[in-house]
Design a protein around this ligand. Structure first.
Ligand code: ADP
Ligand code: ASP
Ligand code: MG
Length: 821
């Protein structure tokens, strides 16, 4: 014989009950079956809400009651659609029966309302209506469809103590009742309501929330069933909670012990006590999906085949409080823990996790946060004397916590699981409040803040089950030329990067100075421009708040602006362990204190701060420099040409043109800023060499830099851009002279940045033929590193140092570096 249990969703609508009925038809063909059913959908929750409202004199309980009423009547109507006269009679009969039960429920609720009291005993009486109603509906429907079915009230079989709401089963009486009943029964289907039981003194009791699974297990064990099937709304026990981690997948096989651990640590799909009765008899448990009966589901048995991953699942329990009892008086004195745990046991407070520091100075334990206040009161009272003598501190309570647990039988024979677990959590800046590892080494659990659960489960799941791909979540601000190119590159390369680099790039946030767009499932890049234009009003602060609140693993803030205000928010991101990738130069070339602070935050919070595109656009200048320094090399001298606009100007200026015309052309073609003096004065180049000097380990400020300005005083003083251009005309002779002087010596004019012996300077230089700078073309940049290891022949990096495409690919490379970190 098999025992089948159907959960709330499985019997939550007429449509689903019809699915249940076809499963029963199928399975009862082979042999007789016992079928346990839960209450319809969310009815148990609704009963509890109605009861609590009534108890607190809130008339809204009537509304809840009406809802319960309509849920059941809708189900009945759905089950008896378009039926014959005969069936109509069956429907009416059922409706009458249900109405009678619902009237009794209403009377009971009215009573609670009148006396403002809801004892655990009354609560059980109320909750029992859920399963009583659902089993009656299913029984009458099956009968009306000519099934050979018998409805047996579980309360006549399952006998418990008087611990209402979570009663303990008396197995001696219960097993004998069940055996005797089934030995006489011959019906193809025996239907039983789950969850409800009766005490020895004939009071209604229940087996704890989720207890229908347990009812089924008790029956299965008593009759030594061939199999216990738990039919629910998911296709088995998943690697982790599928509602929190989309990539979670059903586990094909589990051992009883693994199932116990997973369910005790929050995998709600199986009520924790369920395993014990069937384990003794080695009855397999199969978890199946009513909505997808062909899916193979999860099989739980004693012996399972060797499986690839030592970690089988990750689970979580929310609403945890952590209590810490500490004080010098505990050290070396026996009996403290005994008194502590005895007190909790007397109060029926369940301890979920315990850790004790090796110094014996403190004991820390996790309990459900509804028990926290009561626990504090009783413990402080029990240890009142020691607290008064200051041998112990009053107990400390921390709330808003959750427990996450990594579980698997084979973890004990694998090294490094806890290392991986904690480094994954650390990398994602999940703060761990307490850790416990059972002696069986089947379970490692950690207490974390409840807001970190989603991130922790997702990153651990990625680590243990999807190592293949790492998700990277981007928040991009600034979608001008370069930003647009970056988005295009991401769109184009997304599948390549996923397949070859195992990195799943997702853009979660996009913003320009006007609007912003957020989608935690990843922004669809098909029409991103239109979607962004329709987005909410841009705000740096709100954008940051989104990134912080979503708390996604591997988040990266990408700054593609040249805006000072944006550069000011990096610190906030880094503190939240969100990496920063910037092509904006302001943060790295501004005040050194801020630059150092950002570097420090990046180290402290394990988040990357990368700005490769600050120098030479997509050229790997900073990365190369960092590698040289990290490997112990020392930078002696850096010589570089770092400005595309100045190159353009001096590559085109000669005695056949005028300086005025060349600068005008450069401005018109967009090679310079609207005020060309920003480029010509060399400030941009100065910022770049300053960054290189800082990355080489020198603490220098922009004001320490020597800048050899080749513009005339008139040019610098000119009030407007037009005035400035007029000075170029006036001073043409001076500029021609610069050219002539160089040309006479067969030299080229280049605007050079130099860093030597701790000092940085920028200025116009005459470059002789044969020098690596001499033949520099177009927008090319060049950087030469003279180091201890490259003393005479420098390491040279050369190539296009400006342009949207190369800058975007430099940002892309930084994003990949973050992902690989
Ligand atoms: P039923 O009403 O059928 O008893 P439950 O709601 O009690 O169903 O349990 C099924 C739910 O358990 C799933 O819908 C899922 O949200 C949740 N759940 C949590 N952790 C897991 C897990 N590891 N595997 C499967 N389901 C899980
Ligand atoms: N109906 C009960 C509950 O919701 C029992 C169950 O569904 O397992 O807790
Ligand atoms: Mg359940």
């Amino acid at each position: 014989m098999k025992v089948l249990k159907f959960g709330g969703t499985s019997v939550g609508s007429a449509e689903n009950i019809n699915k249940v009925i076809s499963i029963l038809d199928q399975q009862s063909k082979d042999s007789n079956i016992a079928v346990v059913v839960s209450a319809v959908g969310v009815v148990t929750d609704k009963l509890l809400e109605a009861a609590n409202l009534a108890c607190s004199s809130n008339k809204d309980y009537i509304e809840k009651y009406n809802k319960i009423w309509s849920i059941h009547n809708k189900v009945i109507e759905g089950l008896f659609l378009n039926t014959s006269k005969e069936l109509k009679e069956a429907q009416e009969e059922l409706q009458e029966l249900i109405t009678e039960k619902l009237n009794n429920l209403r009377n009971l609720l009215d009573g609670v309302y009148l006396i403002n009291e809801l004892s655990p005993k009354t609560k059980d009486k109320l909750l029992s209506f859920g399963e009583s109603l659902s089993s009656s509906i299913i029984f009458h429907t099956l009968k009306s469809r000519n099934s050979d079915v018998f409805l047996k009230n579980s309360q006549e079989l399952i006998i418990t103590d008087n611990n209402f709401n979570n009663a303990t089963v008396n197995f001696e009486i219960t097993n004998s009742n069940i055996k005797s009943f089934f030995s006489h029964n011959t019906n193809s289907i025996v239907l039983l309501p789950g969850f409800i039981s009766k005490s020895i003194t004939d009071e209604i009791t229940t087996l704890g929330r989720g207890g229908s699974d347990y009812t089924a297990a008790i029956v299965a064990a008593a009759i030594n069933a061939k199999e216990l099937q738990i039919w629910t709304d998911v296709s088995g026990m998943f690697t982790t909670n599928p509602k929190i981690v989309k990539q979670a997948a059903p586990i094909v096989e589990l051992s009883y012990q693994e199932a116990v651990e997973l369910s005790h640590f929050g995998a709600k799909v199986l009520y924790p006590p369920t395993v014990m009765p069937v384990l003794k008899r080695k009855i397999p448990i199969v978890i199946k999906n009513t909505m997808d009966p062909d899916a193979s589901g999860t099989t739980i048995t004693e012996d399972i085949k060797a499986n690839g991953s030592p970690v089988k699942g990750i689970s979580n329990i929310d609403n945890i409080a952590l209590l810490t009892l500490q004080g010098n008086g505990m050290v070396g004195v026996p009996g403290f823990s005994k008194r502590l745990f005895e007190t909790l046991a007397q109060e029926k407070i369940n301890i979920i996790l315990i850790t004790q520091s090796s110094s014996e100075h403190s004991i820390c334990f996790g309990i459900s946060d509804v028990d926290a206040k009561r626990a504090k009161e009783v413990i402080d009272t029990v240890f009142e004397y020691e607290i008064a003598l200051q041998k112990l501190d009053p107990i400390v309570v921390e709330t808003d916590l959750s427990i996450i647990a990594v579980i698997g039988d084979k973890m004990k024979s694998h090294q490094g699981i806890s290392g991986k677990m904690f480094s994954t959590l650390g990398k994602n800046n999940v703060n761990i409040r307490a850790i416990a590892q059972g002696a069986s080494e089947r379970n490692i659990s950690a207490v974390i803040h409840k807001n970190d659960v989603k991130k922790a489960l997702n990153s651990l799941h990625e680590q243990f089950f999807e190592i293949k791909t790492k998700q990277v979540n981007l928040f991009i601000t600034g979608v001008g030329n370069v930003g647009e190119r970056l988005i295009e590159q991401i769109k184009q390369q997304k599948s390549y990067v996923k397949e070859n680099l195992k990195i799943n790039l997702r853009i979660i946030g996009l913003s320009n100075s006007r609007t912003m767009l957020i989608n935690d499932d990843g922004i669809n890049l098909k029409n991103w421009k239109e979607d962004l234009a329709k987005g909410e009003e841009a705000s740096l602060y709100t954008f940051f708040q989104y990134a912080k609140r979503l708390n996604l693993r591997n988040s990266v803030f990408v700054d593609i602006t040249a805006n000072e205000d944006v550069a000011k928010v990096y610190g906030g991101y880094l503190r939240e362990s969100i990496s920063v990738v910037a092509c904006n130069k302001i943060a790295c070339s501004g005040d050194i204190a801020y630059y150092n602070e950002l570097k420090e935050l990046s180290r402290k919070y394990n988040s990357s701060f990368l700005f490769e595109t600050n120098v030479g656009a997509g050229l790997p200048v900073i990365d190369t420099l960092n590698h040289l320094v990290a490997s112990g090399d020392k930078i002696n001298t850096i010589q570089a040409v770092l400005s595309g606009s100045l190159n353009f100007i001096f590559n085109n200026f000669n005695d056949k043109t005028t300086f005025y015309d060349v600068v005008k052309q450069a401005q018109e073609e967009g090679y310079t800023e609207p005020d060309p003096r920003i480029d010509l004065s060399g400030i941009d180049v100065a910022r770049k060499v300053l960054i290189l000097a800082r990355e080489s380990g020198h603490s220098i400020e922009l004001s320490d830099l020597e800048s050899d300005n080749f513009l005339t005083e008139n040019a610098m003083k000119a009030k407007t851009v037009d005035d400035f251009f007029n000075t170029l005309k006036d001073d043409e002779a001076y500029y021609q002279n610069l050219y002539k002087s160089a040309n006479d010596k067969n030299c080229q004019l280049k605007f050079v940045a130099e860093f030597d012996n701790g000092k940085a300077k920028v200025g116009l230089k005459e470059i002789p033929e044969g020098h690596p700078f001499y033949n520099l073309k177009g927008k090319d940049n060049i950087v030469m590193f003279y180091t201890q290891r490259y003393p005479e022949q420098p390491m040279i990096i050369k190539g296009a140092g400006a342009g949207a495409d190369v800058t975007a690919s430099g940002l892309f490379a930084d994003i990949i570096r973050v992902a690989n970190n």
